[in-house]
Ligand binder design. Structure first.
Ligand SMILES: [Zn+2]
Length: 613
Protein backbone atom coordinates (compact mmCIF):
# COMPACT_ATOMS: atom_id res chain seq x y z
CA UNK A 1 0.00 0.00 0.00
CA UNK A 2 2.70 2.44 1.02
CA UNK A 3 4.84 1.31 -1.92
CA UNK A 4 1.87 1.89 -4.25
CA UNK A 5 1.32 5.42 -2.95
CA UNK A 6 5.07 6.22 -3.21
CA UNK A 7 4.93 5.02 -6.81
CA UNK A 8 2.00 7.30 -7.61
CA UNK A 9 3.76 10.29 -6.05
CA UNK A 10 6.86 9.41 -8.07
CA UNK A 11 4.85 9.43 -11.30
CA UNK A 12 3.26 12.74 -10.34
CA UNK A 13 6.65 14.34 -9.65
CA UNK A 14 7.97 12.99 -12.95
CA UNK A 15 4.99 14.49 -14.80
CA UNK A 16 5.46 17.87 -13.17
CA UNK A 17 9.18 17.81 -14.01
CA UNK A 18 8.40 16.78 -17.57
CA UNK A 19 5.98 19.70 -17.98
CA UNK A 20 8.65 22.00 -16.58
CA UNK A 21 11.25 20.67 -19.01
CA UNK A 22 8.87 21.10 -21.95
CA UNK A 23 8.10 24.63 -20.80
CA UNK A 24 11.80 25.49 -20.53
CA UNK A 25 12.56 23.99 -23.93
CA UNK A 26 9.78 26.10 -25.40
CA UNK A 27 11.17 29.23 -23.74
CA UNK A 28 14.56 28.50 -25.28
CA UNK A 29 12.98 28.49 -28.71
CA UNK A 30 11.45 31.92 -28.39
CA UNK A 31 12.68 34.32 -31.03
CA UNK A 32 15.19 36.83 -29.71
CA UNK A 33 13.34 39.95 -30.90
CA UNK A 34 10.47 39.87 -28.42
CA UNK A 35 10.30 43.40 -27.01
CA UNK A 36 11.45 43.84 -23.46
CA UNK A 37 8.59 44.06 -21.02
CA UNK A 38 8.39 44.26 -17.28
CA UNK A 39 7.72 40.91 -15.63
CA UNK A 40 5.36 42.86 -13.40
CA UNK A 41 2.98 42.97 -16.40
CA UNK A 42 2.03 39.51 -15.16
CA UNK A 43 -0.83 37.49 -16.54
CA UNK A 44 -0.41 34.28 -18.47
CA UNK A 45 2.75 35.55 -20.16
CA UNK A 46 4.45 36.92 -17.06
CA UNK A 47 6.74 33.96 -16.69
CA UNK A 48 7.72 33.95 -20.33
CA UNK A 49 8.44 37.66 -20.23
CA UNK A 50 10.48 37.26 -17.09
CA UNK A 51 12.73 34.78 -18.87
CA UNK A 52 13.13 37.13 -21.81
CA UNK A 53 13.94 40.06 -19.55
CA UNK A 54 16.59 38.06 -17.72
CA UNK A 55 18.18 36.92 -20.92
CA UNK A 56 18.25 40.37 -22.47
CA UNK A 57 19.64 41.83 -19.30
CA UNK A 58 22.62 39.58 -19.18
CA UNK A 59 25.93 40.42 -20.76
CA UNK A 60 28.44 37.98 -22.24
CA UNK A 61 31.89 38.26 -20.66
CA UNK A 62 33.37 35.26 -22.44
CA UNK A 63 31.81 33.41 -25.36
CA UNK A 64 33.58 30.20 -24.33
CA UNK A 65 34.82 29.82 -27.89
CA UNK A 66 38.03 27.85 -28.36
CA UNK A 67 41.24 29.69 -29.19
CA UNK A 68 44.09 29.39 -31.66
CA UNK A 69 47.73 28.99 -30.70
CA UNK A 70 50.81 29.23 -32.86
CA UNK A 71 53.29 26.36 -33.20
CA UNK A 72 55.18 27.54 -30.11
CA UNK A 73 52.07 27.81 -27.95
CA UNK A 74 51.72 31.59 -28.29
CA UNK A 75 48.10 32.80 -28.37
CA UNK A 76 46.85 33.94 -31.79
CA UNK A 77 43.37 34.67 -30.40
CA UNK A 78 42.00 35.25 -26.92
CA UNK A 79 43.08 37.43 -23.99
CA UNK A 80 41.33 38.44 -20.80
CA UNK A 81 41.44 41.96 -19.41
CA UNK A 82 39.50 44.02 -16.88
CA UNK A 83 36.82 46.36 -18.16
CA UNK A 84 33.87 48.41 -16.91
CA UNK A 85 30.22 47.41 -17.24
CA UNK A 86 27.43 49.96 -16.75
CA UNK A 87 23.98 48.78 -15.66
CA UNK A 88 20.90 50.88 -16.45
CA UNK A 89 20.01 51.79 -12.88
CA UNK A 90 17.95 54.87 -12.05
CA UNK A 91 20.05 58.09 -11.84
CA UNK A 92 19.10 58.83 -8.20
CA UNK A 93 20.48 55.55 -6.84
CA UNK A 94 23.91 55.70 -8.57
CA UNK A 95 25.84 57.83 -6.10
CA UNK A 96 26.89 61.38 -5.31
CA UNK A 97 27.92 63.99 -7.90
CA UNK A 98 31.45 63.77 -6.49
CA UNK A 99 31.56 59.99 -7.03
CA UNK A 100 30.33 60.42 -10.60
CA UNK A 101 32.89 63.14 -11.28
CA UNK A 102 35.68 60.84 -10.12
CA UNK A 103 34.32 58.02 -12.26
CA UNK A 104 34.29 60.22 -15.36
CA UNK A 105 37.88 61.21 -14.63
CA UNK A 106 38.94 57.58 -14.35
CA UNK A 107 37.20 56.80 -17.65
CA UNK A 108 38.78 59.91 -19.20
CA UNK A 109 35.48 61.33 -20.47
CA UNK A 110 33.50 64.50 -19.63
CA UNK A 111 30.97 63.80 -16.88
CA UNK A 112 28.06 65.12 -19.00
CA UNK A 113 28.89 62.67 -21.78
CA UNK A 114 29.16 59.77 -19.35
CA UNK A 115 25.75 60.57 -17.85
CA UNK A 116 24.20 61.16 -21.27
CA UNK A 117 25.26 57.73 -22.47
CA UNK A 118 24.35 56.04 -19.20
CA UNK A 119 20.87 57.59 -19.12
CA UNK A 120 20.21 56.36 -22.63
CA UNK A 121 20.98 52.74 -21.76
CA UNK A 122 18.16 50.20 -21.56
CA UNK A 123 20.41 47.20 -20.95
CA UNK A 124 23.84 46.67 -19.42
CA UNK A 125 26.81 47.25 -21.64
CA UNK A 126 30.55 47.53 -21.55
CA UNK A 127 32.00 51.00 -21.49
CA UNK A 128 33.58 51.37 -24.91
CA UNK A 129 36.02 53.92 -26.26
CA UNK A 130 35.19 56.39 -29.02
CA UNK A 131 31.91 56.00 -30.85
CA UNK A 132 30.90 53.04 -28.75
CA UNK A 133 31.54 50.42 -31.41
CA UNK A 134 35.07 49.55 -30.33
CA UNK A 135 36.09 46.83 -27.92
CA UNK A 136 35.28 47.32 -24.23
CA UNK A 137 37.70 49.73 -22.57
CA UNK A 138 40.91 48.13 -21.28
CA UNK A 139 41.63 49.10 -17.65
CA UNK A 140 45.00 49.26 -15.97
CA UNK A 141 45.20 47.64 -12.52
CA UNK A 142 45.21 51.11 -10.95
CA UNK A 143 42.11 52.20 -12.88
CA UNK A 144 40.30 48.97 -12.02
CA UNK A 145 41.04 49.28 -8.30
CA UNK A 146 40.12 52.95 -8.20
CA UNK A 147 36.76 52.35 -9.91
CA UNK A 148 36.00 49.43 -7.60
CA UNK A 149 36.71 51.47 -4.48
CA UNK A 150 34.53 54.34 -5.70
CA UNK A 151 31.47 52.20 -5.02
CA UNK A 152 29.19 53.78 -7.63
CA UNK A 153 25.95 51.78 -7.90
CA UNK A 154 25.41 50.29 -11.38
CA UNK A 155 29.12 50.26 -12.27
CA UNK A 156 31.16 47.07 -12.07
CA UNK A 157 34.68 46.10 -12.99
CA UNK A 158 34.57 42.68 -14.68
CA UNK A 159 36.91 40.44 -16.68
CA UNK A 160 36.31 40.47 -20.43
CA UNK A 161 37.53 37.86 -22.87
CA UNK A 162 38.64 39.61 -26.06
CA UNK A 163 38.97 37.28 -29.05
CA UNK A 164 41.02 39.33 -31.49
CA UNK A 165 44.20 40.71 -29.98
CA UNK A 166 45.25 44.28 -30.87
CA UNK A 167 48.33 42.97 -32.68
CA UNK A 168 46.29 40.18 -34.29
CA UNK A 169 47.57 39.26 -37.71
CA UNK A 170 46.88 36.28 -39.98
CA UNK A 171 43.33 37.60 -40.23
CA UNK A 172 42.53 35.95 -43.55
CA UNK A 173 43.78 32.62 -42.33
CA UNK A 174 42.05 32.60 -38.94
CA UNK A 175 38.92 34.29 -40.29
CA UNK A 176 36.20 36.03 -38.33
CA UNK A 177 33.05 35.34 -36.35
CA UNK A 178 29.66 37.01 -36.50
CA UNK A 179 26.09 36.46 -35.42
CA UNK A 180 24.24 34.29 -37.86
CA UNK A 181 20.91 33.14 -36.37
CA UNK A 182 19.37 32.03 -39.69
CA UNK A 183 22.30 29.73 -40.43
CA UNK A 184 22.31 28.35 -36.88
CA UNK A 185 18.59 27.62 -37.11
CA UNK A 186 19.00 25.56 -40.29
CA UNK A 187 22.40 23.97 -39.64
CA UNK A 188 22.02 23.26 -35.93
CA UNK A 189 18.29 23.02 -35.33
CA UNK A 190 18.63 20.17 -32.85
CA UNK A 191 21.38 21.81 -30.80
CA UNK A 192 19.30 24.98 -30.65
CA UNK A 193 16.19 23.07 -29.57
CA UNK A 194 18.14 21.23 -26.88
CA UNK A 195 19.80 24.40 -25.64
CA UNK A 196 23.33 23.33 -26.61
CA UNK A 197 23.70 26.33 -28.89
CA UNK A 198 22.11 29.78 -28.78
CA UNK A 199 20.80 31.80 -31.68
CA UNK A 200 22.68 34.82 -30.40
CA UNK A 201 26.10 33.18 -30.35
CA UNK A 202 29.03 34.06 -32.62
CA UNK A 203 29.70 31.63 -35.45
CA UNK A 204 32.72 31.29 -37.73
CA UNK A 205 32.28 33.24 -40.96
CA UNK A 206 35.52 32.43 -42.79
CA UNK A 207 38.93 30.79 -42.47
CA UNK A 208 39.59 28.38 -39.61
CA UNK A 209 36.85 30.08 -37.58
CA UNK A 210 34.47 28.60 -40.12
CA UNK A 211 36.02 25.22 -40.90
CA UNK A 212 36.45 24.38 -37.19
CA UNK A 213 33.29 26.10 -35.92
CA UNK A 214 31.79 22.83 -34.71
CA UNK A 215 34.72 22.32 -32.33
CA UNK A 216 35.33 25.95 -31.42
CA UNK A 217 31.87 27.00 -30.34
CA UNK A 218 32.40 25.28 -27.02
CA UNK A 219 29.91 24.46 -24.30
CA UNK A 220 28.58 27.85 -23.35
CA UNK A 221 29.32 31.40 -22.45
CA UNK A 222 30.18 33.14 -19.23
CA UNK A 223 27.63 35.87 -18.66
CA UNK A 224 26.59 38.23 -15.94
CA UNK A 225 22.93 38.94 -15.25
CA UNK A 226 21.29 41.15 -12.68
CA UNK A 227 17.93 41.92 -11.16
CA UNK A 228 16.18 45.25 -10.90
CA UNK A 229 12.63 46.23 -10.05
CA UNK A 230 10.12 47.78 -12.43
CA UNK A 231 11.53 51.27 -11.78
CA UNK A 232 15.12 50.31 -12.71
CA UNK A 233 16.24 50.35 -9.11
CA UNK A 234 18.50 47.53 -8.00
CA UNK A 235 16.99 44.76 -5.86
CA UNK A 236 18.99 44.35 -2.64
CA UNK A 237 21.86 46.35 -4.07
CA UNK A 238 22.88 45.35 -7.57
CA UNK A 239 22.47 41.60 -7.39
CA UNK A 240 24.84 40.20 -10.01
CA UNK A 241 24.90 36.58 -10.96
CA UNK A 242 27.76 35.22 -13.05
CA UNK A 243 26.84 32.10 -15.02
CA UNK A 244 29.70 30.06 -16.37
CA UNK A 245 30.10 26.51 -17.64
CA UNK A 246 32.05 24.32 -15.28
CA UNK A 247 34.04 21.88 -17.36
CA UNK A 248 37.78 21.31 -17.31
CA UNK A 249 37.93 20.27 -20.97
CA UNK A 250 36.51 23.41 -22.61
CA UNK A 251 37.21 25.78 -24.28
CA UNK A 252 39.49 23.86 -26.64
CA UNK A 253 42.83 25.07 -27.95
CA UNK A 254 43.63 24.64 -31.63
CA UNK A 255 47.40 24.39 -32.15
CA UNK A 256 48.27 25.73 -35.59
CA UNK A 257 51.50 25.30 -37.56
CA UNK A 258 51.89 29.09 -37.81
CA UNK A 259 55.02 30.75 -36.45
CA UNK A 260 53.36 33.91 -35.14
CA UNK A 261 56.61 35.87 -34.80
CA UNK A 262 57.51 35.14 -38.42
CA UNK A 263 53.94 35.78 -39.56
CA UNK A 264 53.84 39.19 -37.88
CA UNK A 265 57.24 40.14 -39.25
CA UNK A 266 56.22 39.22 -42.79
CA UNK A 267 52.91 41.10 -42.41
CA UNK A 268 54.83 44.25 -41.44
CA UNK A 269 57.33 43.68 -44.23
CA UNK A 270 54.57 43.29 -46.86
CA UNK A 271 53.17 46.66 -45.76
CA UNK A 272 56.57 48.34 -45.72
CA UNK A 273 57.16 47.09 -49.26
CA UNK A 274 53.74 48.29 -50.40
CA UNK A 275 52.20 44.97 -51.41
CA UNK A 276 48.65 46.08 -52.27
CA UNK A 277 47.13 42.87 -53.57
CA UNK A 278 48.44 39.32 -53.44
CA UNK A 279 49.83 36.74 -51.07
CA UNK A 280 52.90 35.31 -49.38
CA UNK A 281 53.01 31.65 -48.33
CA UNK A 282 55.82 30.11 -46.29
CA UNK A 283 55.89 26.31 -45.95
CA UNK A 284 58.21 24.07 -44.02
CA UNK A 285 60.24 22.56 -46.86
CA UNK A 286 60.29 19.14 -45.24
CA UNK A 287 56.64 18.45 -44.47
CA UNK A 288 54.69 21.34 -46.09
CA UNK A 289 53.42 22.73 -42.77
CA UNK A 290 52.09 26.26 -43.29
CA UNK A 291 54.43 28.47 -41.26
CA UNK A 292 53.13 31.85 -42.46
CA UNK A 293 50.36 32.96 -44.80
CA UNK A 294 49.72 36.59 -45.68
CA UNK A 295 47.04 38.02 -47.94
CA UNK A 296 46.40 41.54 -49.19
CA UNK A 297 44.42 43.85 -49.39
CA UNK A 298 44.83 44.25 -45.68
CA UNK A 299 41.86 44.02 -43.38
CA UNK A 300 41.14 47.05 -41.25
CA UNK A 301 40.32 46.76 -37.56
CA UNK A 302 36.61 46.46 -36.96
CA UNK A 303 35.98 44.67 -40.23
CA UNK A 304 35.35 41.38 -38.47
CA UNK A 305 31.63 41.69 -38.64
CA UNK A 306 31.35 42.90 -42.18
CA UNK A 307 30.34 40.19 -44.55
CA UNK A 308 30.92 41.99 -47.82
CA UNK A 309 33.46 39.62 -49.26
CA UNK A 310 36.34 40.95 -51.31
CA UNK A 311 38.63 41.95 -48.43
CA UNK A 312 38.08 38.53 -46.96
CA UNK A 313 39.32 36.76 -50.07
CA UNK A 314 42.46 34.89 -49.12
CA UNK A 315 44.73 35.39 -52.14
CA UNK A 316 46.97 32.55 -50.92
CA UNK A 317 44.08 30.17 -51.70
CA UNK A 318 42.86 31.86 -54.87
CA UNK A 319 43.79 30.31 -58.24
CA UNK A 320 45.10 32.87 -60.74
CA UNK A 321 47.23 32.81 -63.92
CA UNK A 322 50.69 31.50 -62.89
CA UNK A 323 52.63 32.61 -65.96
CA UNK A 324 56.19 31.30 -66.12
CA UNK A 325 55.99 29.58 -62.72
CA UNK A 326 54.13 26.96 -64.70
CA UNK A 327 57.16 26.27 -66.91
CA UNK A 328 58.33 24.02 -64.05
CA UNK A 329 55.33 21.75 -64.62
CA UNK A 330 55.88 21.75 -68.38
CA UNK A 331 59.58 21.00 -67.86
CA UNK A 332 58.71 18.09 -65.55
CA UNK A 333 56.35 16.70 -68.16
CA UNK A 334 59.00 17.02 -70.90
CA UNK A 335 61.51 15.09 -68.77
CA UNK A 336 58.96 12.47 -67.64
CA UNK A 337 57.87 11.71 -71.19
CA UNK A 338 61.33 12.01 -72.74
CA UNK A 339 60.55 14.72 -75.29
CA UNK A 340 63.77 16.62 -74.52
CA UNK A 341 67.41 15.66 -74.37
CA UNK A 342 69.50 17.57 -71.79
CA UNK A 343 72.16 18.22 -74.45
CA UNK A 344 69.70 19.40 -77.10
CA UNK A 345 70.18 22.99 -78.35
CA UNK A 346 67.14 25.17 -78.85
CA UNK A 347 67.26 28.44 -80.74
CA UNK A 348 65.39 31.60 -79.75
CA UNK A 349 65.34 34.57 -82.13
CA UNK A 350 62.51 36.21 -80.19
CA UNK A 351 59.66 34.74 -82.25
CA UNK A 352 58.05 31.34 -82.28
CA UNK A 353 56.63 31.81 -85.76
CA UNK A 354 53.17 30.41 -84.93
CA UNK A 355 50.16 31.41 -82.80
CA UNK A 356 51.56 34.97 -82.57
CA UNK A 357 53.86 33.83 -79.76
CA UNK A 358 57.09 35.64 -79.03
CA UNK A 359 59.74 35.51 -76.32
CA UNK A 360 59.71 38.11 -73.57
CA UNK A 361 63.32 38.94 -74.49
CA UNK A 362 63.50 41.17 -77.55
CA UNK A 363 65.93 39.82 -80.13
CA UNK A 364 65.82 36.41 -78.46
CA UNK A 365 68.11 34.28 -76.32
CA UNK A 366 70.07 32.70 -79.20
CA UNK A 367 71.17 29.08 -78.70
CA UNK A 368 70.40 27.53 -75.33
CA UNK A 369 69.92 24.15 -73.64
CA UNK A 370 66.73 22.99 -71.94
CA UNK A 371 68.09 23.87 -68.47
CA UNK A 372 69.21 27.32 -69.66
CA UNK A 373 65.74 27.73 -71.17
CA UNK A 374 64.37 27.31 -67.64
CA UNK A 375 66.99 29.63 -66.10
CA UNK A 376 66.22 32.34 -68.67
CA UNK A 377 62.49 31.51 -68.76
CA UNK A 378 62.62 31.38 -72.58
CA UNK A 379 59.12 31.19 -74.08
CA UNK A 380 60.40 29.68 -77.33
CA UNK A 381 62.00 26.67 -75.58
CA UNK A 382 58.81 25.99 -73.64
CA UNK A 383 56.50 26.53 -76.62
CA UNK A 384 58.58 23.99 -78.51
CA UNK A 385 58.37 21.30 -75.82
CA UNK A 386 54.68 21.97 -75.09
CA UNK A 387 53.91 21.27 -78.72
CA UNK A 388 55.87 18.02 -78.54
CA UNK A 389 53.86 16.86 -75.54
CA UNK A 390 50.39 15.37 -75.71
CA UNK A 391 47.71 17.20 -73.75
CA UNK A 392 47.15 14.10 -71.63
CA UNK A 393 50.83 13.91 -70.71
CA UNK A 394 50.76 17.52 -69.55
CA UNK A 395 47.63 16.81 -67.51
CA UNK A 396 49.09 13.68 -65.90
CA UNK A 397 52.23 15.51 -64.81
CA UNK A 398 50.19 18.40 -63.40
CA UNK A 399 48.12 15.89 -61.41
CA UNK A 400 51.22 14.08 -60.17
CA UNK A 401 52.62 17.41 -58.94
CA UNK A 402 49.43 18.29 -57.03
CA UNK A 403 48.72 21.52 -58.88
CA UNK A 404 45.30 20.51 -60.25
CA UNK A 405 43.41 19.96 -57.02
CA UNK A 406 42.92 21.46 -53.59
CA UNK A 407 46.01 20.36 -51.68
CA UNK A 408 45.36 21.70 -48.16
CA UNK A 409 45.04 19.11 -45.37
CA UNK A 410 41.68 17.36 -45.59
CA UNK A 411 39.95 14.18 -44.66
CA UNK A 412 37.17 12.78 -46.81
CA UNK A 413 35.61 10.85 -43.93
CA UNK A 414 35.19 11.52 -40.23
CA UNK A 415 38.43 12.21 -38.39
CA UNK A 416 38.69 11.98 -34.61
CA UNK A 417 36.05 14.29 -33.16
CA UNK A 418 35.11 15.52 -36.65
CA UNK A 419 32.05 13.58 -37.77
CA UNK A 420 32.02 14.87 -41.33
CA UNK A 421 34.55 15.33 -44.13
CA UNK A 422 36.97 17.92 -42.85
CA UNK A 423 38.73 20.52 -44.98
CA UNK A 424 40.72 23.03 -42.96
CA UNK A 425 41.20 25.55 -45.80
CA UNK A 426 37.66 25.68 -47.12
CA UNK A 427 38.31 28.70 -49.35
CA UNK A 428 41.08 26.93 -51.27
CA UNK A 429 40.47 26.74 -55.01
CA UNK A 430 41.60 23.95 -57.32
CA UNK A 431 44.26 24.55 -59.93
CA UNK A 432 43.66 24.06 -63.66
CA UNK A 433 45.51 23.36 -66.88
CA UNK A 434 43.00 23.32 -69.75
CA UNK A 435 39.48 24.76 -69.75
CA UNK A 436 38.10 21.29 -70.54
CA UNK A 437 39.24 17.80 -71.43
CA UNK A 438 40.23 17.71 -75.07
CA UNK A 439 40.86 21.43 -75.50
CA UNK A 440 44.61 20.65 -75.27
CA UNK A 441 44.45 18.85 -78.62
CA UNK A 442 45.11 22.21 -80.30
CA UNK A 443 48.83 23.07 -80.59
CA UNK A 444 48.22 26.75 -79.93
CA UNK A 445 46.36 25.95 -76.71
CA UNK A 446 49.21 23.69 -75.50
CA UNK A 447 51.82 26.32 -76.32
CA UNK A 448 49.98 29.05 -74.39
CA UNK A 449 49.21 26.67 -71.52
CA UNK A 450 52.79 25.39 -71.36
CA UNK A 451 53.95 28.90 -70.41
CA UNK A 452 51.18 29.31 -67.81
CA UNK A 453 48.79 31.51 -69.77
CA UNK A 454 45.31 30.96 -71.24
CA UNK A 455 43.20 28.83 -68.85
CA UNK A 456 46.00 27.76 -66.49
CA UNK A 457 45.38 28.65 -62.83
CA UNK A 458 47.33 28.03 -59.65
CA UNK A 459 47.11 29.24 -56.06
CA UNK A 460 50.14 30.60 -54.16
CA UNK A 461 49.64 27.67 -51.74
CA UNK A 462 49.90 25.19 -54.63
CA UNK A 463 52.97 27.02 -55.99
CA UNK A 464 54.74 26.84 -52.61
CA UNK A 465 53.70 23.21 -52.24
CA UNK A 466 55.13 22.48 -55.70
CA UNK A 467 58.52 23.56 -54.29
CA UNK A 468 58.12 21.12 -51.36
CA UNK A 469 57.13 18.37 -53.80
CA UNK A 470 60.27 18.88 -55.89
CA UNK A 471 62.49 19.14 -52.80
CA UNK A 472 61.01 15.81 -51.61
CA UNK A 473 61.76 14.07 -54.89
CA UNK A 474 58.19 14.18 -56.23
CA UNK A 475 56.27 13.22 -53.10
CA UNK A 476 53.27 15.58 -52.69
CA UNK A 477 52.29 16.57 -49.15
CA UNK A 478 49.03 18.12 -47.93
CA UNK A 479 49.98 21.47 -46.38
CA UNK A 480 48.84 21.37 -42.78
CA UNK A 481 47.63 24.40 -40.85
CA UNK A 482 46.51 22.66 -37.65
CA UNK A 483 48.71 20.07 -35.95
CA UNK A 484 46.55 19.19 -32.97
CA UNK A 485 43.59 20.15 -30.82
CA UNK A 486 44.01 20.26 -27.05
CA UNK A 487 41.53 20.36 -24.19
CA UNK A 488 41.58 23.31 -21.81
CA UNK A 489 43.32 20.98 -19.36
CA UNK A 490 46.23 20.65 -21.81
CA UNK A 491 45.57 17.03 -22.75
CA UNK A 492 45.51 16.24 -26.45
CA UNK A 493 42.08 15.71 -28.00
CA UNK A 494 43.26 14.83 -31.50
CA UNK A 495 46.39 15.03 -33.61
CA UNK A 496 46.31 15.92 -37.31
CA UNK A 497 49.42 14.23 -38.68
CA UNK A 498 51.41 15.61 -41.63
CA UNK A 499 50.52 13.48 -44.58
CA UNK A 500 50.92 12.71 -48.25
CA UNK A 501 48.38 13.79 -50.86
CA UNK A 502 47.07 10.73 -52.68
CA UNK A 503 47.73 11.85 -56.26
CA UNK A 504 46.18 10.23 -59.31
CA UNK A 505 48.65 8.03 -61.19
CA UNK A 506 52.34 7.77 -60.36
CA UNK A 507 54.58 10.46 -58.91
CA UNK A 508 57.29 12.07 -61.00
CA UNK A 509 60.74 10.49 -60.93
CA UNK A 510 63.33 11.71 -58.44
CA UNK A 511 65.79 12.59 -61.22
CA UNK A 512 63.13 14.78 -62.84
CA UNK A 513 62.66 16.63 -59.54
CA UNK A 514 66.44 16.99 -59.16
CA UNK A 515 66.81 18.45 -62.67
CA UNK A 516 64.18 21.10 -61.84
CA UNK A 517 65.93 22.00 -58.58
CA UNK A 518 69.20 22.49 -60.52
CA UNK A 519 67.28 24.65 -63.00
CA UNK A 520 65.90 26.82 -60.18
CA UNK A 521 69.37 27.23 -58.71
CA UNK A 522 70.50 28.50 -62.14
CA UNK A 523 67.58 30.99 -62.17
CA UNK A 524 68.98 32.78 -59.10
CA UNK A 525 72.64 32.14 -59.94
CA UNK A 526 72.60 33.80 -63.40
CA UNK A 527 69.02 33.72 -64.76
CA UNK A 528 65.88 35.83 -64.34
CA UNK A 529 66.30 35.86 -60.54
CA UNK A 530 69.95 36.96 -60.37
CA UNK A 531 68.97 40.31 -58.79
CA UNK A 532 68.36 38.45 -55.50
CA UNK A 533 71.61 36.52 -55.29
CA UNK A 534 72.85 38.42 -52.23
CA UNK A 535 71.27 37.73 -48.83
CA UNK A 536 71.34 35.47 -45.78
CA UNK A 537 70.85 32.22 -47.66
CA UNK A 538 71.66 31.13 -51.17
CA UNK A 539 68.26 30.71 -52.81
CA UNK A 540 66.68 28.89 -55.73
CA UNK A 541 63.35 29.52 -57.45
CA UNK A 542 61.39 30.56 -60.50
CA UNK A 543 59.91 33.92 -61.43
CA UNK A 544 56.70 34.48 -63.36
CA UNK A 545 54.86 37.34 -64.99
CA UNK A 546 51.35 36.48 -66.13
CA UNK A 547 49.09 38.58 -68.31
CA UNK A 548 45.71 39.19 -66.76
CA UNK A 549 42.76 41.57 -66.95
CA UNK A 550 40.91 43.44 -64.25
CA UNK A 551 37.86 45.53 -65.11
CA UNK A 552 38.92 45.34 -68.76
CA UNK A 553 42.42 46.74 -68.11
CA UNK A 554 45.52 44.69 -68.98
CA UNK A 555 47.67 44.02 -65.89
CA UNK A 556 50.32 41.55 -64.68
CA UNK A 557 50.42 39.00 -61.89
CA UNK A 558 54.02 38.90 -60.70
CA UNK A 559 55.17 35.64 -59.12
CA UNK A 560 58.19 34.14 -57.46
CA UNK A 561 58.25 30.63 -56.00
CA UNK A 562 61.35 29.06 -54.53
CA UNK A 563 63.20 27.78 -51.49
CA UNK A 564 66.22 28.24 -49.30
CA UNK A 565 68.88 27.50 -48.41
CA UNK A 566 69.42 26.03 -51.86
CA UNK A 567 71.75 23.30 -50.59
CA UNK A 568 69.57 22.15 -47.67
CA UNK A 569 66.06 23.59 -48.00
CA UNK A 570 64.25 24.70 -44.81
CA UNK A 571 61.47 26.86 -46.22
CA UNK A 572 59.53 26.96 -49.47
CA UNK A 573 57.98 30.31 -50.33
CA UNK A 574 55.55 31.57 -52.97
CA UNK A 575 54.92 35.27 -53.51
CA UNK A 576 52.14 36.70 -55.68
CA UNK A 577 51.97 40.43 -56.38
CA UNK A 578 48.60 40.53 -58.13
CA UNK A 579 47.24 43.03 -60.66
CA UNK A 580 50.40 45.08 -61.07
CA UNK A 581 50.78 47.68 -63.87
CA UNK A 582 52.46 46.27 -66.97
CA UNK A 583 56.16 47.09 -67.04
CA UNK A 584 56.37 47.84 -63.29
CA UNK A 585 59.32 46.55 -61.23
CA UNK A 586 59.05 42.85 -60.33
CA UNK A 587 57.80 43.19 -56.78
CA UNK A 588 57.40 39.43 -56.17
CA UNK A 589 61.09 38.67 -56.74
CA UNK A 590 62.16 41.40 -54.32
CA UNK A 591 59.60 40.28 -51.72
CA UNK A 592 60.77 36.67 -52.05
CA UNK A 593 64.32 37.65 -51.06
CA UNK A 594 63.07 39.74 -48.12
CA UNK A 595 60.72 37.02 -46.88
CA UNK A 596 63.53 34.45 -47.06
CA UNK A 597 65.81 36.75 -45.04
CA UNK A 598 63.06 36.97 -42.39
CA UNK A 599 62.48 33.20 -42.48
CA UNK A 600 66.20 32.58 -41.99
CA UNK A 601 65.88 34.21 -38.56
CA UNK A 602 63.16 31.75 -37.51
CA UNK A 603 64.63 28.33 -38.07
CA UNK A 604 63.18 25.52 -35.99
CA UNK A 605 62.47 21.82 -36.19
CA UNK A 606 59.22 20.87 -37.91
CA UNK A 607 56.57 19.40 -35.62
CA UNK A 608 56.69 15.62 -35.49
CA UNK A 609 59.46 15.42 -38.06
CA UNK A 610 61.32 12.13 -38.05
CA UNK A 611 58.85 9.68 -36.61
CA UNK A 612 55.62 10.11 -38.52
CA UNK A 613 56.75 9.49 -42.05
ZN1 LIG B 1 63.79 33.29 -75.55
Amino acid sequence: MIAKRAGAIGILITLVLLLFVIRMAWLQLLPSHIPTASPAAGGRDGWKRMAVVQRQRSLVLDTGRGDFLDRNGLPITGETYMTVVLFPVRPDVRGSQEQLRKLSELLRIPKEELLHRWNGMTQPDFWREGTGKENPVRLTDNQANAIKSLGVEGVRVLPYRNRYLPQFDAKHLIGFTSQHPEWLMTAHERDIAQGRRKLTEQVGGSGLERSLDGLLHGIGETSVSYFIDGQNAPLHGLDLRVVQPNNRYYPLKVVTTIDLAMQNEIEAYADAMGLQEGAIVVLDARNADIVAMVSRPKLKPGQFNSNDGTEWRNYALTAVEPGSIYKLVTAASALEYGVVNPKEKFHCDGHYGRYGLSCWKEGGHGDLTFQEGLAQSCNIVFATIAERLEAEQMERTAEALGVMERVGWHSSHGFGPFPQPLRLLQEEEAGRLFASRGSGADGGVRVQSGIGQRDVRMTPLQAANLMVTLINGGRVMEPRIVSEVRYASGERMVELPARKLPVAGRSIRTDTAMALLRGMEAVVDHGTGRSIRAGTWQLAGKSGTAETKKDGAALNHQWFAGYGPAAKPRYAVAVLAANRPIGSAHQATKLFRGVMDIAAKHVHEPRGHGHRF
